[in-house]
Design a protein around this ligand. Structure first.
Ligand SMILES: [Zn+2]
Length: 406
């Protein structure tokens, strides 16, 4: 079975030439550089790196549980092997030069329509074809999560959501020694979870537990599903100069950022969603966020600022890094109008000295402990969240938490 005509790969910008020239030579076929795969809990993502943008089409065969990405122009692929993958969603991949062009065929465990989209190379990376294959058992996984949400939200436990920034193809900032932000944030996030759960009555939910990506909106929605007491996103800073240093803690700004550097930083972090969420997302819901914020913003943002101060205070007393201050900017991942949310820019990954720290397991542990102490100090003072189905816990109704009650 064939699916539709060609899918345009990126917007091809045609420049009209005013001069008459001899017909141009057809450009050389793009080169297939690598095929990367990321196995997540819900899907497997494949990313085909090309030397330049090109067009492709998708052909599906549901009865054989396969689909292929066909590049009609062909691909130079001198060193492109057939990657071996058998991860519970994908059972194998074939890469072939055929008379129709270059064909990448993906064999699935269970037929589900794949999602395929192209990304042009404007972020400094090669042009890419991105393929998402759904892992079988989505309904069961959703049911298991709903049961966990029901159990936890009905309990007296404090629930915290820790969000290791980036993941998978969205590597985040890259240090001079090729340290990826996504690896550091996961390492610190895991240590933070471990530290926080040493406190009695605390459960931590991670937005990701491996090297795969999660769209920004889904990250804060995890916190909303669990009606979490707080959401902490972990990142690494990066600046044009190699001398930037220290830790910043952010909470959301609805209007302007604290300063120009904070705005630039938020723009960079938000841009990651182009890869995470794909091209078709990014409108609609933000209006709703705006409306909800009108009602809830005061209480939730006040709590966010208290949480940010508590975390930065612990980092400051650790004296390992300069505490650069609590700032505000429009980070998309902080847009929950309900859950107090902060984003920790732990250190500057582009500064060689701080990159060395960020790679160091001892430092990762220390950072996890400091953030955990800040969150714990915040929880000791913060009002208990009044959850919909919580039993046996009477929320303390203070002016500060009346607005947080749901
Ligand atoms: Zn980041």
């Amino acid at each position: 079975m064939s699916q539709g005509p060609g899918v345009a790969f990126a917007a091809s910008k045609k420049k009209k030439s005013t001069k008459k020239k001899s017909p141009p030579k057809p450009p050389p076929a793009p080169v297939a550089q690598t095929l990367r795969s990321y196995t997540g809990p819900n899907s497997t993502r494949l990313v085909l790196d090309l030397s330049r943008t090109t067009t492709f089409k998708v052909e599906t065969d549901s009865s054989r549980k396969t689909f292929s990405v066909l590049v009609p122009s062909g691909l130079e692929s001198p060193s492109f092997g057939r990657p071996v993958l058998d991860d519970g969603a994908v059972t194998g991949i074939d890469a072939d030069e055929t008379p129709d062009g270059f064909r990448l065929t993906v064999h699935m465990v269970e037929w589900n329509p794949p999602r395929v989209f192209g990304l042009d190379g404007d972020d400094g990376q090669a042009a890419r074809v991105v393929v998402d294959v759904v892992r079988p058992g989505q309904a069961e996984r959703d049911a298991a999560e709903r049961a966990r949400v029901d159990r936890l939200t009905a309990s007296a436990r404090r629930i915290l959501v820790v969000d290791p920034g980036h993941g998978g193809e969205a590597v985040g900032a890259i240090g001079p020694k090729r340290t990826y932000e996504k690896d550091v944030t996961l390492a610190i996030g895991r240590r933070l979870k471990e530290e926080l759960e040493k406190q009695p009555g605390v459960t931590v939910v991670l937005t990701r537990t491996g090297d795969y990506d999660v769209p920004l909106r889904e990250r804060y929605r995890v916190a909303e599903r669990y009606q979490a007491d707080a959401f902490v996103s972990i990142h690494c800073n990066s600046s044009k100069r190699a001398t930037g240093s220290g830790t910043e803690v952010y909470f959301l700004s609805l209007s302007s950022a604290s300063d120009e550097a904070s705005k630039t930083l938020a723009d960079v972090e938000n841009a990651a969603d182009k890869i995470s969420a794909g091209p078709e997302t990014g409108t609609g819901d933000d209006d709703l966020v705006g409306i909800l914020f009108d009602l809830k913003q005061t209480e939730s943002m006040q709590q966010s600022s208290v949480l940010a101060e508590a975390i930065l205070g612990e980092i400051e007393s650790g004296r390992r890094l300069e505490a650069r201050g609590v700032r505000q900017a429009g980070f998309a991942v902080l847009k929950s109008p309900i859950v107090p949310s902060v984003l920790v820019e732990t250190a500057f990954i582009n500064n060689p000295a701080e990159e060395r720290l960020l790679r160091d397991p001892g430092f990762q542990q220390e950072m996890g402990e400091q953030i955990a102490r800040g969150v714990t100090a915040y929880l000791a003072r913060a009002p208990v969240m009044a959850r919909d189905n919580r039993t046996g816990v009477k929320p303390v109704e203070t002016p500060a938490n009346l607005g947080l009650a749901r």
